[in-house]
Write a new protein. Structure first.
Length: 531
């Protein structure tokens, strides 16, 4: 009798045991099968609802386990079991089914209570009867080091629940799992966002156990252009990016080096990286071969209709808009920091002309910064926006945008004044206090012979942009075609949630300057109030 015949006979005599062994083998081979079979241990009252999006997440995490990926960024909507998959099941799968109990995990969320919750869930899974039966012989838990925050096993592995922003001094992990690094409530605060980014960029990389082997996994929904995801993508930090919006957008379809097992006949496709949109797109001049991992075909197709059907998706969108507006919906559901067509400034609302008409009033509004890009790549830009008002319509003729130091800013202002001519007013912001007076004197001397004026800023950036945005919305603003168009439109489409606001500030200043007579302003339409 051959070995296969012996196994067949055994299976016939012991069908339940044979099925159990098959299930165990499937769990050890695939993370998604481990989750399916272990789900009841943690959620006995809720049936696991399968979906290709969960499988995509599992296959990318499994690629980390197999050493194919060491940096992974996953953007998925809320409710897609991201924490259960990444922070609960995956570490337990590596310790037992994949026989990697030596792995050490640091789990961080924006609140430590969340990482503690998942620490406990994972331990409950590993202490459950089902897990103990199949992999209980791989390791045990140390009784003297077994708290909710930190516990160790008998094979030198451990797990620690931390929070984003903590020092982590003395600990180095093989897996650094960052699960929702930003608090939704604090995402609009630049100070809080920058604190998170500084921790992510400066502290986290130093906590890897082996720099050449250890992995960092970030899983989150987008909350702002300059969130952790935005930093990873903008700086091109080498993360594999799995991006799955709730509703499909063809132009943002996700491509990955991980082959999707849930797509029959998935083939490698030539793709190129678009530095503007931060997504891969197919092109005959593509530089890399990747798999299309999103099987959806039509715009609007849902990510997980078995769990979030059309009615529940619309209800979720309505709930998000009730507090955070269209930006909350776009970020948390669609994984981009602004609505598809733009937020305050819709991309389709801009009008184009080849040349602005003669006459009218012309102003170049300035937003000043003084940091060289060599010193700080994410520093603000100095921007001069030239705008003309003719017969009630607004024309933007030119935008000069540069990251330069203080002396270069002055040269930039003078060069534009010369280029714009004597009829164009250079409108500049004045800082309060003595420093503003000194700057005003310096620039005033620089612009002798040209028209210029100063005024202080008032109100928030969003409030200052609203009157100009209203003109864009009614299709009363025209862009003279130029190389600066795309950068200008893309930045304003993200306003006020974008990383940079310099072009929006310069345009808003120019628009107010067009309406100004003495010190009185009108923000509703291109008209002037006289005394």
């Amino acid at each position: 009798m051959t070995v296969n015949e012996e196994l067949l006979q055994y299976a016939l005599r012991n069908p339940q045991d044979a099925l159990d062994q098959i299930n165990k083998h499937e769990c050890e081979a695939n993370l998604i099968d481990f989750i399916k079979q272990g789900w009841e241990t943690l959620e006995p009252g809720q049936k696991f609802v399968p979906g290709w999006g969960v499988q995509a997440t599992c296959e990318h995490l499994q690629a980390v386990t197999d050493g194919e990926i060491r940096r992974l960024l996953i953007n998925v909507p809320p409710g897609c079991t991201k924490s259960m998959t990444t922070s609960v099941f995956w570490p337990a799968w590596e310790w037992g089914p994949r026989n990697m109990p030596h792995n050490r995990y640091i789990l961080a969320a924006h609140e430590q209570n969340l990482s503690i919750r998942d620490n406990v869930r994972s331990r409950d899974l590993m202490r459950g009867e089902w897990y103990e039966k199949h992999w209980g012989d791989k390791y045990g838990f140390k009784g003297d080091v077994n708290s909710r925050i930190y516990y160790e096993n008998t094979r030198t592995g451990w797990r620690m629940a931390s929070s984003v922003g903590s020092g982590l001094t003395g600990y180095r992990g093989d897996r650094l799992i960052i699960d929702d690094p930003h608090s939704i409530k604090k995402a609009d605060s630049e100070a809080f966002r920058e604190e998170v980014l500084r921790w992510f960029a400066e502290t986290l990389p130093t906590r890897l156990n082996k720099a050449s082997e250890s992995a960092i996994v970030v899983i989150m929904q987008r909350v702002h252009e300059r969130d952790v995801s935005g930093l990873i993508l903008a700086e091109e930090l080498g993360y594999e990016h799995l991006m799955l919006p709730m509703e499909f957008e063809k132009e943002r379809a996700c491509y990955s080096k991980v082959r999707p097992k849930y797509i029959q006949g998935a083939d490698l496709v030539k793709v190129a990286w678009d530095t503007g949109t931060k997504v891969w797109y197919p092109d005959k001049y593509g530089t890399e071969e990747r798999y299309l991992v999103d099987p959806r075909k039509k715009d609007g197709d849902l990510l997980w209709p078995e769990r979030f059907d059309r009615d529940s998706t619309e209800a979720l969108k309505k709930a998000l808009r009730a507090w955070g507006g269209s930006y909350a919906e776009a970020g948390q559901l669609q994984q981009r920091p602004a609505p598809r067509g733009g937020g305050m400034f819709q991309k389709d609302d801009w009008q184009y002309v080849d040349r602005a008409p003669e006459g009218g009033k012309v102003v170049r509004g300035w937003d000043l910064a003084a940091t060289d890009t060599k010193q700080n790549k994410s520093a603000a830009w100095t921007v001069g926006c030239k705008m003309r008002l003719v017969d009630g319509s607004v024309y933007i003729e030119d935008v000069d945008r540069r990251q330069v130091g203080p002396s270069a800013v002055e040269k930039m202002i003078k060069a534009n004044a010369v280029k714009d001519g004597l009829q164009c007013v250079q409108d500049l912001p004045q800082d309060p206090g003595q420093a503003g007076k000194a700057q005003k004197l310096t620039i005033g001397k620089l612009l002798q012979g040209y028209k210029f004026q100063f005024s202080t800023e008032s109100g928030s950036k969003e409030e200052r942009a609203m009157p100009f945005a209203a003109q864009v919305e009614i299709h009363n603003v025209y862009l003279v075609r130029g190389r600066w168009n795309n950068s200008f439109i893309n930045e304003l489409s993200l306003h006020p949630n974008g990383q940079f606001k310099d072009q929006a500030d310069a345009a808003s200043r120019a628009y107010f300057a067009l309406l100004r007579k003495k010190t009185k302003l009108v923000g509703v339409a291109p008209s002037v109030i006289t005394d």
